[in-house]
Design a protein around this ligand. Sequence first.
Ligand code: FES
Length: 102
Amino acid sequence: MKTASPFLELDSVERVELSFNGELLHLPDGSNLAAALLASGVDAFRKTPVSGAPRAPFCMMGACFDCLVEIDGVVQQACMLEVRAGLEIMSPDTTGAFDEPA
Ligand code: FES
């Protein structure tokens, strides 16, 4: 059930199983993915390609890209997605993102 705030939905709906970096989680079906991951204790969604510093959602409205995750090989903003059963979510691999072309 949608409410005025995505955070109010976290305790009011059925939970479904998914994984984040191989760890099984049970999150509220249909809730905002970034909010649900944060509420479950995930505190770093990705690392920066230059320094390796951890990043987690900041704006929650699709502007900052600090919530990037990889699902089925596609890097996406978690704050723009909903929780669905069976998602296999990974931190995006940014290794070599700034390497010189060969
Ligand atoms: S939290 Fe900023 S784009 Fe998702």
